[in-house]
Design a protein around this ligand. Sequence first.
Ligand code: SAH
Length: 254
Amino acid sequence: MSGRLSVVGLGPGDARYLTPEASAALAGADALYGYGPYLERVPMVAGQSRHPSDNREESARAAAALRHAARGASVAVVSGGDPGVFAMGAAVCEAIETGPQSWRTLDVTVVPGITAMLAVAARIGAPLGHDFCALSLSDNLKPWDLIERRLDAAAGAGFAIALYNPVSRARPRQFGKAMDRLRRHLPQTTPVVFGRAVGRAEENVNVTTLATADTTPADMATLVIVGTRQTRVVARPGRSPLVYTPRAAAEVSA
Ligand code: SAH
């Protein structure tokens, strides 16, 4: 079977963040699948078909793209950021695992992209400069109890924490609950970075502390980085502060 499927990371924002490998995969595809607003970021190529779908339809989108590739086409599925981080990469792998045997003979490539936490971290210094972890606060695919246990474990073990999907219209109160949970383990003065729409025209980055984090506006285009007990804020005259987590840690900071 000659079909090809690439799962392509677009990076966090505009074309500056698209890797040359991702650009080539997109330009060479016969068909593009993805969440509508992500497809709109991809330059048009004559003769290429586009198949936008809704944000929540990852499994159906993966299956549709695989069926299309299995007919012999070169298909690209796009994700914002990196496709392996809370995105289409795992949806495509799962569809192949549970789908028809013939999908296992397709040429599948995952093309990495700059994920939101790295783009936000780069804007402000190096808050992920020591050990860190990433968590999605969405409870669409896992129970809230599990999210709280992971927050306890991560903060208790001294990891900086990148929080994806901090808020949505369907989950207005969970971000506050997550901050309450972290305050059990971390001082009120722990630096917290909010990066909204990083890499796009409306980009906005703010630094606050755990004490007031839940009063800072956040939405689905925001990524939040919660520092550790060691994370430093370096004030600079006339410039925004640098936030960094030192490369060395002496003790478990629980
Ligand atoms: N695959 C994506 C993440 C998808 S989950 C990646 O690797 O970045 C969607 C979440 O990612 C959003 O709720 C937000 O927390 C974060 N995000 C995506 N793009 C962002 C951007 N440009 N700026 C800040 N956060 C972003």
